[in-house]
Design a protein around this ligand. Structure first.
Ligand code: TNX
Length: 525
C-alpha cells in the first residue's frame, strides 16, 4: 500500500524515468481455496455442493441483473463487490445482465412454502441467487458476503486499480431449521443508545437471525415513551443499575429502530415485564402500588421484590394503555409480557393476572410471549412460552402452545465464559462457547408437540454490561454459535467443524470492529 501511494505521488509530481509508470495493476484477490472460503460460512448452510470448474471472477464488466423486487438485495451485493474490487457493478434488468461473469438475482417460488430459504449457484459462468421472498434473498446476500474476503467489510476504497475478486464454484440450497432465531437485549438494567442497538441488529443480520427482543422495562428503568403515562419515562427512565443516568427511546426513535430492523428482516419483540420487575413504573405512578405510595427508584441488582397491585382496576387500565401504544408502534405480531420471578403474589393471583394480560394483548392484535413461569396459566393457542429456567417443569413446558428455548445454561450470554471472565454473572454456571453450541433444541423439552419449538433466543441481561463494547464481548462468539443452532440442521452440525469456522470469523469481525472474546481455545494463545 505504502509503495503504491508513493508511486502515485511520483506520477503526479515528477517526470522521471522511474516515476512516469502508471501504478502496476493488481492481480485478483488470491485464488480462493474453496475450503477456506467455505470455512467462513456461519451458520453452516443446509446443503453445500462444491462444483467442478473454475472460480467466478467478479470485476470490471460484471453486471448485476435483478427484477424490481430483488433490487434491494442487488444493491447490497453491488456495495459488497465495490468494497472488495473498487468497482461498483451496475444494476440492470435480468435480460441485460449477460456476459460470463454476470450476477443474477431473482425472486421466484412459493413464499409460503419457503419463507426464508435461498439458492445460490456460482460457477465460471456467473452467480445466480434466487429465493421466494426478499428475506431469503437477504440471507443469500449474507452468504455471498461471507464467501468474499473480509475486506468486504471495510468501506473506504483505497485501490487505484480495480481488483477482481474470485468466488469458488458452489451450489448452495439453504433454509433455516427454526423460524425464531432471536436475541434479547436488556436495555432496562443499563440503557443502550439507538446507534448501539442498530449495531447489535447488524450483528444479528450477519448471522441470519431474525428476532430482536427488547427488554424495555424492569425495576431499574422504563425505556419507551408512553404518551398516555408520561412519567414512565420522565421519572422511571432516569435510573439504571449503578446509579447512571438511564435514558429512554421516544416513540419516533423506537419506530426508527423497528424500521432499521425490518430492513434487515429482524422483527422487534417489545417486552414490558410484569407483574414483577416493575419498580420503575411503580416509582413513577403511586396509584399502581397497593400501598398508594411510590417507592424510590432502584439501581441495585436484586430481583423479585416488586409487583403491580393486581387487584386494582387502574393497573389494567394502565396495562391496556401501554400495550395499546406499543402495539400500534410495532408491526411484528408479538408482545412480550414478561411474567418472571414474581415473589410477592400467590400462585392464584399470578395466574389470574397472566390470563387477564393475555386478553389485553390479544385485544390489541398481538400474540403474547412470556417467560416460562406463565406456563402455569391457561394460555391461548397463539401464546408463546420462553423457556429460561434450567429447572423449569418439563411437564408444564411440554404443554405450552409454542416454545422459544432460552435455557440459561446454554443460551444466556450474560453468563461468564469461565472463571476469568470479568463481565457477566454465573448463577446458571459458566457458559463456554462449546456449551452454547453443542445441544439439540428439539431434545430439550421431551413430550413437546411436534413443531411446538419455534426456535431459540439468546438473552443478554445487562446488570454488568454498560455499553455496546461490553455487549459484544459477551455476545461474540456465542451469538454466532447460537445462530447456527437456530439455522443449521442438527445432522449438519459438529463442534469440531464449527470451531474451525468460528476461528475463520476473526478477520471479518476485526474488520467490523467487533470486540469479540478471543477464546484461546479457538483463536490461540
Ligand atoms: C434472571 S431471566 C432474570 C433476569 C436477570 C437474569 C440475569 C429472567 C426471565 N429473569 O431478571 O437479569 O436472570 O441472568
Amino acid at each position: 500500500m505504502r509503495q503504491r501511494l508513493m508511486v502515485g505521488l511520483c506520477v503526479a509530481t515528477l517526470v522521471g524515468a522511474g516515476c512516469a509508470r502508471a501504478p502496476k495493476p493488481r492481480g485478483p484477490w488470491a485464488v480462493p481455496d474453496p475450503e477456506a472460503r467455505f470455512a467462513q460460512l456461519v451458520p453452516r448452510p443446509a446443503s453445500l455442493e462444491r462444483l467442478n470448474g473454475g472460480p467466478l471472477s467478479i470485476g470490471p464488466g460484471t453486471i448485476i441483473g435483478a427484477d424490481a423486487a430483488a433490487r434491494p438485495a442487488a444493491a447490497l451485493i453491488a456495495t459488497l463487490v465495490r468494497h472488495v474490487t473498487g468497482t461498483k457493478p451496475p444494476i440492470a434488468d435480468p435480460s441485460a445482465a449477460t456476459g460470463a461473469n454476470a450476477i443474477i438475482v431473482t425472486l421466484t417460488g412459493d413464499a409460503a412454502a419457503n419463507p426464508e430459504g435461498y439458492e445460490l449457484r456460482v460457477d465460471a459462468g456467473g452467480l445466480r441467487l434466487t429465493a421466494a421472498t426478499p428475506a431469503g434473498l437477504f440471507y443469500g446476500v449474507q452468504t455471498i458476503r461471507q464467501l468474499l474476503p473480509a475486506a468486504a467489510e471495510y468501506e473506504a476504497i483505497l485501490f487505484q486499480q480495480p481488483r477482481p475478486v474470485l468466488l469458488p464454484a458452489v451450489h448452495i440450497v439453504d433454509r433455516p431449521r427454526y423460524s425464531w432465531r432471536g436475541a434479547m437485549l436488556d436495555v432496562a438494567r443499563h440503557f443502550f443508545s439507538v446507534d448501539e442497538v442498530k449495531r447489535y441488529i447488524d450483528l444479528l443480520a450477519l448471522h441470519k437471525m431474525n428476532r430482536l427482543h427488547l427488554h424495555l422495562a424492569d425495576d431499574q428503568g422504563w425505556r419507551i415513551e408512553i404518551t398516555s403515562w408520561p412519567d414512565l419515562t420522565l421519572k422511571g427512565g432516569r435510573s439504571e443499575v449503578g446509579g447512571g443516568a438511564g435514558g429512554y427511546y421516544t416513540q419516533a426513535q423506537y419506530s426508527d429502530l423497528v424500521a432499521y430492523a425490518a430492513d434487515r428482516f429482524v422483527t422487534i419483540v417489545p417486552e414490558i415485564d410484569m407483574p414483577g420487575h416493575t419498580n420503575a413504573a411503580l416509582s413513577s405512578y403511586a396509584e399502581l402500588n397497593c400501598s398508594g405510595v411510590a417507592p424510590e427508584p432502584y439501581s441495585g441488582t436484586e430481583v423479585g421484590f416488586s409487583a403491580f397491585c393486581v387487584d386494582r382496576d387502574v393497573t389494567y387500565r394502565f396495562i391496556d394503555d401501554v400495550v395499546r401504544e406499543i402495539a400500534a408502534l410495532t408491526p411484528g405480531p408479538y408482545f412480550h409480557a414478561g411474567g418472571d420471578e414474581v415473589k410477592t403474589l400467590t400462585p392464584e393471583q399470578y395466574r389470574a393476572f397472566v390470563e387477564r394480560v393475555q386478553t389485553i394483548v390479544e385485544k390489541h392484535g398481538k400474540q403474547m410471549v412470556g417467560w416460562d413461569e406463565i406456563a402455569a396459566a391457561r394460555l391461548l393457542p397463539t401464546s408463546i412460552v420462553q423457556h429460561w429456567r434450567p429447572e423449569a417443569s418439563r411437564t408444564l413446558l411440554a404443554g405450552a402452545p409454542h416454545l422459544i428455548l432460552s435455557p440459561a445454561d446454554r443460551m444466556y450470554i450474560d453468563m461468564k465464559y469461565d472463571e476469568d471472565t470479568i463481565l457477566g454473572l454465573n448463577w446458571a454456571g459458566y457458559v463456554p462457547i462449546r456449551t452454547s453450541y453443542d445441544w439439540d433444541p428439539d431434545a430439550r423439552v421431551p413430550g413437546a408437540a411436534p413443531g411446538a419449538v419455534l426456535g431459540v433466543e439468546a438473552p443478554l441481561w445487562s446488570e454488568t454490561v454498560t455499553n455496546i463494547h461490553d455487549v459484544e464481548y459477551m455476545a461474540m462468539p456465542r451469538l454466532a454459535a447460537l445462530a447456527e443452532v437456530g439455522w443449521t440442521p442438527q445432522a449438519r452440525r459438529s463442534w469440531r467443524d464449527f470451531r474451525v469456522r468460528l476461528a475463520a470469523q476473526a478477520p471479518r469481525w476485526t474488520a467490523l470492529g467487533v470486540n469479540f472474546y478471543r477464546d484461546p481455545e479457538i483463536y490461540g494463545r
